[in-house]
Design a protein around this ligand. Structure first.
Ligand SMILES: Cc1cc2nc3c(=O)[nH]c(=O)nc-3n(C[C@H](O)[C@H](O)[C@H](O)COP(=O)(O)OP(=O)(O)OC[C@H]3O[C@@H](n4cnc5c(N)ncnc54)[C@H](O)[C@@H]3O)c2cc1C
Ligand code: FES
Length: 274
């Protein structure tokens, strides 16, 4: 019988500093066949492991169109992520997955799309944004709002600039510095600067629970329907495959029923955004 806990070896091809505490890892499975057949969808995650340190669930941030490698954007938070941050090109890690459900893609074709991301929440959305841009003419108006704590905390700044040539991109920081000439305020304040035909629009919101909670309230006020507001939940995980119960929330497992949920579903899970 196949053991779902056995990971595959993957080589770190490149490590890029995105901020003082967040790095982008470009990875490739050692076995070329596994890499070739590694099919995932935006919103899914992997369990990345370091021998002797453990595993951590991390969203896949690359778009599925990149077949030769996949990317993980990892913030240094504790045991495993700290060890990963010490690793370099050609070091080996262990990867299981992809796991979890995914963002709707075909279902939202021809609709207007609004992305709202806070901090590291841009990582899972980056996969979807790049996939939608690869199929640009299949979607309506696309707008992306991104907020970080300070200018130093902003990730994927080069890509935000690239995207802004093709879609409307607005950025903000909670606290500026002497170089920052842009908007200052929480990401929800940017919602006053956008026009959205909410009847035929879908909003994707990712970030810390407190940000998701307030942004969703604002988006509902704009007129988006609950089932058209999509977000992701984070819970401390162990198995990632619905066996250990660690990510249980109101009868759902975030690892298998999620991590992607609609606001309509979240309303049934009162502790979801605490
Ligand atoms: C589906 C999913 C996708 C994720 N995607 C990303 C991603 O793309 N990039 C990224 O940097 N991080 C992501 N995370 C968060 C990441 O999994 C944790 O930061 C990581 O597991 C911390 O592991 P560690 O061993 O380094 O830290 P630990 O030593 O285990 O913990 C450090 C601290 O973080 C807390 N913590 C750990 N995991 C979580 C969690 N999931 N929610 C709340 N608190 C937690 C612990 O209680 C502790 O206070 C994701 C989490 C989930 C569930
Ligand atoms: S992490 Fe084990 S059941 Fe979800």
């Amino acid at each position: 019988m196949e053991n779902s806990y056995i990971p595959n070896s993957a080589v770190i091809n490149e490590v890029r500093n995105l901020t003082y505490d967040t790095k982008l890892f470009k990875l490739q499975f050692k076995d070329k066949n596994i890499q070739k057949n590694f099919d995932y969808k935006p919103g899914q995650f992997v369990e990345i492991g370091v021998f002797g340190y453990g595993e951590a669930p991390i969203s896949i941030t690359s778009s599925p169109s990149t077949k030769d490698y996949f990317e993980l954007c990892i913030k240094n938070m504790g045991n495993v992520t700290n060890k990963l941050h010490q690793m370099k090109k050609n070091d080996m890690v262990y990867v299981r997955g992809p796991y979890g459900n995914s963002f709707p893609f075909d279902e939202v074709k021809n609709k207007d799309i609004l992305f709202v991301a806070g901090g590291i929440g841009l990582a899972p959305l980056r996969s979807l944004i790049n996939e939608m841009l690869a199929h640009r003419n299949e979607f309506g108006k696309i707008q992306a709002l991104y907020g970080a704590r300070t200018p130093e905390d902003m990730i994927f700044t080069d890509e935000l600039e690239e995207w802004s040539k093709r879609i409307k991109v607005l950025t903000t920081v909670d606290k500026g510095d002497f170089r920052w000439k842009g908007n200052v305020g929480v990401v929800g304040t940017l919602l006053t600067n956008i026009k959205a035909e909410t009847e035929n629009a879908v909003a994707f919101v990712c970030g810390p629970p407190i940000m998701i909670k307030f942004v969703i309230q604002d988006i509902v006020k704009l007129g988006f329907r609950d089932e058209n507001i999509i977000t992701t939940l984070e819970r401390k995980m162990q198995c990632g495959i619905g066996k250990c119960g660690h990510c249980n929330i109101g009868g759902k497992y975030v690892c298998t029923d999620g991590p992607v949920f609609t606001y309509k579903q979240i309303k049934e899970l009162p502790e979801a955004l605490q």
